[in-house]
Design a protein. Structure first.
Lengths: 327, 566
């Protein structure tokens, strides 16, 4: 029987301060980036606007495409290489352009096409993809995305409240919230485009991360029954160690799948794959270093009556961050 | 043993059902032949539907366009528009199109495999409001021009100087400014009535017209080849259009008359130094008949000159009206006006009954076909505008499929290596369960008629990684039970029992996200949500039921005495 991380007794929780500093630093960098360079890169689905993906017969020059657009008075459009040197994406999300699309969403796309036909020649390229979204539809889609995010969070909250007693539920929710913020920081730092597909990735990720937390908490609950006088700190550590082989295996297979997506599934799905790949690490991290410490903190603040004694010890243990867990 | 047999039977039934759901079946495919007719051919197709982002195509969301006037009963108008659009799309010749209402105010049109976006958009959006209007014989425009000029000046619409200078003589007709026309020289076909009225009007109008020969409108308009027809330089069309957009200017035009542009420019090739002109027509605003009486329209080759015509047929009542009206207007010109543009304005030589034709100058067969199609399907009751349009080229879609399949294959291989490398014999069982998971998921998607989109494909790839989680949970539990010295049989039982609650939890969480995503997502994301939820269900079945059955089978074979390779 091949075994990895079997019967380990690592003191995971001991490192919670280091972990907290690391994740807060990451969030801080993300926040700073938000403040300095503005919000995340929303796709045309959310802002309204036009996306045109071009495939040229030969390698093309972004400068020439830009010049063609400028010459036709299409300002503020972003030109970006997409995959190979013969593929480009044009995004027109500038406000005055978008407002033109209220009268007919296809207008700006037609202008872009006419401008390119004129200065580069219609036969030098083909349009591989085109998305034209009127500002009204953009508003609706972004509203729907927000509703979806809030509803998933609420549904999760209700399910957790129903499934666990509130201390566990709150800890799991905090961990999920943490995942959302860290993922947003990641999206911001990598300049990923936030489309509906990326929102779907974030929601999937939340579910995945919650799974992890649930599995550890399930074990905590089970171990608490047989814990006797053992502190919650120790029980938590033991539970994390107990579930470690499962965590490693599941993360390994999921990581393999999302890596395959990232490397082989093409440019269109790449932002989705990035979020999932990153998310696997976040989920692992938060189920150990966010959900766990938060649970300990709640126990310390609001000790349960039946195990008041052990909760007090937990409090002490949590404060003595260097304490070595004994079984 | 008995329960084992029924378990195996259930798995066999599930496999059988899936094979049935996935088996290539005869599907009727509608194809368009080069001559424009449709044939239904039967092909054997794999029954899994691809979304537009994978097979290429066009997605359109249309809304009522109220920029040209408010629509009173939107709901009713949208319902009728939906019917017309559906009619047109049905005849358009795309296989498996979707035309449906979305919410209260939107029509969704999905056309798989469409590459010519402009054409498709025209067919959907064209109002196809057909009117037959008699051209003006009374020089109403000439009389109105001073007032029109005054209105333009009063509204301060006359900004920059016009590009056209009135007295250029390069036009399709021997063009002279309109003021010149009023003083005698004309190229009209029917001088009798028109010249009389021109003469009658001349003393009164010529005075002000002379003064105003350089009026903002007057200098842009030149007489055409018959009464009621004029020419405007193509470069001035936008200017004139902007004048006419103003209601004060429109009110200055003689009552009961309207100005309409032709649909195409005529004249010299601008590349060769020629000047393009656009015909402008003064028409009786009340049409003699409209397209609502049309029963049929079909394209045909023009018998007299190169090009095409659209032959139409009115119903009995329409035929009666048309015969009476055309009989009244013999030798007059009748403009065929489609969506406020004059397509052609032939002279009426004899009374026309139920059958007529519209001559399309220089139009191709495709255009004639599309015009016949929209005329047959009927006019749109309200103008529609595009709220959302997505086009995906077929080659990009195919590329996504190929890359998605590659990623899928690689993900499966890696998961197999990890699972078998770590769990050995039990890993093999998990891999078999994984194979069934993929098979069941695809079958369920096909069976429920769900659509596989690119995010859905990504979800499927990701699912391969996540689906083994349930097996991992169970195997780890079994290992723990075996560590406590329990027998293989007992360990398996206990392992499944303990792992179940965690598995159910994770599944519930995923199904919740999936349901919300389905409710609030658009096409591609919905595909993802469906794949996610179907995947979870398939994974529950394979991980819990199938894996356990295989382990029970192994126990049965070995009698439970051998150590389990896990």
């Amino acid at each position: 029987m091949l075994r990895i991380f079997h019967n380990t007794k690592y003191d995971f929780i001991k490192w919670w301060k280091v972990a907290a500093i690391a994740t807060i630093a990451f969030m801080g960098i993300g926040l700073a980036s938000f403040v300095i360079t503005g919000g995340v890169n929303y796709s045309v689905e959310f802002t309204g606007g036009t996306l045109v993906q071009l495939k040229f017969k030969q390698a093309a020059d972004a400068g020439k495409i830009r010049a063609a657009l400028d010459g036709a008075g299409i300002r503020g459009a972003e030109v970006q290489q997409f995959g190979g040197p013969d593929e480009y994406i044009i995004r027109a999300q500038e406000k005055t352009l978008v407002s033109q699309q209220a009268a007919g969403a296809e207008k700006v796309a037609d202008q872009i096409k006419a401008a390119l036909d004129k200065s580069l020649g219609a036969e030098t390229y083909t349009v591989a993809r085109k998305e034209s979204i009127s500002p009204k539809v953009g508003e609706e889609l972004s509203r729907n995305a927000w509703i979806a995010m809030v509803l998933v969070s609420l549904a999760t909250l209700i399910y957790l409240a129903f499934r666990f007693e509130w201390r566990f539920g709150v800890a799991a929710v905090v961990a999920t919230l943490h995942d959302t913020i860290v993922t947003l920081a990641f999206i911001k730092l990598l300049h990923l485009e936030v489309s509906l597909t990326v929102v779907a990735a974030i929601l999937t990720l939340l579910g995945y991360s919650m799974n992890d937390t649930i599995i550890i908490f399930d074990r905590v609950r089970e171990n608490l029954r047989t814990a006797g006088k053992d502190s919650l700190y120790n029980v938590l550590n033991r539970s994390i160690n107990d579930t470690l082989p499962r965590s490693i295996m599941t993360h390994a297979t999921t990581f393999a799948a999302s890596l395959a997506l990232l490397l082989f599934a093409g440019e269109v799905i790449r932002p989705f794959a990035w979020v999932m790949t990153f998310g696997i690490f976040v989920a692992t991290f938060s189920s150990i270093y966010v959900a766990g410490p938060v649970l300990l903190w709640i126990e310390a603040k609001f000790p349960r009556k039946a195990t008041a004694g052990s909760a007090a010890r937990t409090d002490g243990a949590a404060k003595r961050a260097g304490a070595v867990a004994t079984r | 043993m008995n329960s084992l047999r029924s378990r195996l039977l259930l798995i066999a039934a599930a496999i059988g059902l899936s094979v049935f759901a996935l088996f290539p079946r005869a599907t009727e495919v509608r194809e368009k032949k080069p001559d424009g007719s449709f044939v239904n051919t039967t092909k054997r197709l794999w029954p899994l539907k691809y979304g537009l982002d994978l097979q290429g195509g066009m997605h359109l969301a249309l809304e009522i366009d109220e920029s040209k006037g408010a629509v009173a009963d939107k709901k009713d108008a949208l319902g009728r528009a939906l019917k017309t659009v559906r009619n047109r799309i049905d005849q358009f010749g795309v296989s498996e199109p979707v035309v449906q209402q979305s919410g209260d105010d939107r029509i969704i049109v999905e056309l798989p495999g469409i590459d010519d976006q402009q054409r498709a958009q025209d067919v959907v959006q064209k109002s196809a409001f057909l009117q037959f209007q008699i051209t003006d014989e009374t020089n109403a425009l000439e009389k109105s021009l001073p007032r029109v000029d005054a209105a333009i000046r009063a509204q301060k619409l006359d900004g920059t100087p016009a590009t056209g200078v009135a007295a250029t003589a390069t036009g399709p007709s021997a063009a002279a400014p309109l003021s010149g026309l009023l003083t005698g020289d004309t190229t009209k076909k029917k001088p009798a009535t028109a010249a009389d009225s021109a003469k009658a009007a001349a003393p009164a109008v010529a005075d002000s017209a002379k003064k105003d020969a350089n009026g903002p409108m007057t200098r842009l308009v030149q007489p055409g080849q018959f009464a009621g027809q004029y020419y405007v330089k193509e470069s001035d069309v936008a200017r004139v259009t902007s004048f006419l957009a103003d209601s004060a200017v429109r009110n200055a035009i003689a009552p009961g008359k309207v100005l309409r542009f032709g649909d195409k420019p005529i004249g010299g090739d601008p590349a060769a130094g020629g000047v393009l002109y656009r015909p402008l027509y003064m028409l009786d605003s009340k049409p003699i008949i409209t397209g609502e009486f049309l029963t049929d329209a079909k394209p045909n080759r023009n018998q007299l000159e190169p090009g095409y015509v659209v032959e139409f047929e009115f119903n009995a009542e329409g035929g009666r009206v048309f015969r009476r009206e055309t009989g009244k207007h013999l030798r007059d010109n009748m403009a065929v006006v489609l969506d406020d543009r004059v397509v052609t304005a032939p002279t009426i030589n004899s009374a026309i009954g139920r059958n007529g034709q519209i001559t399309l100058g220089g139009a191709g067969l495709q255009e004639a076909q599309d015009l016949a199609l929209v005329l047959r399907a009927g006019a749109l009751p309200v103008p529609l505008k595009v709220a959302e349009m997505r086009n995906i080229g077929a080659s990009l879609g195919q590329d996504s499929i190929d890359k998605g399949k590659l990623a899928f294959g690689i993900a499966i291989m890696m998961v197999i290596v990890i699972m078998v490398g770590y769990y050995r014999f039990s890993g093999v069982i998990a891999v078999v369960a994984l194979g069934l998971y993929i098979f069941f998921t695809l079958a369920a998607l096909a069976g429920f008629g769900a659509t596989l989109t690119l995010p859905g494909l990504a979800g499927l790839v990701l699912g391969v990684g996540i689906a083994v989680d349930a097996n991992v949970l169970i195997f780890e539990r079994i290992r723990e039970e075996m560590d406590r010295g329990k027998s293989a049989r007992l360990s398996i039982d206990e392992g499944f029992k303990h792992a179940l609650s965690a598995i159910v939890d994770t599944s519930v969480a995923t199904i919740l996200s999936g349901a919300v995503l389905y409710q609030y997502g658009t096409g591609p994301v919905r595909g993802f949500a469906v794949t996610l939820v179907v995947g979870v269900a398939a994974s529950l079945f394979t991980a819990i039921f199938v894996t356990r059955t295989f382990l029970l089978l192994w126990l049965d074979r070995t009698g439970g005495t051998k150590p389990l390779s896990i």
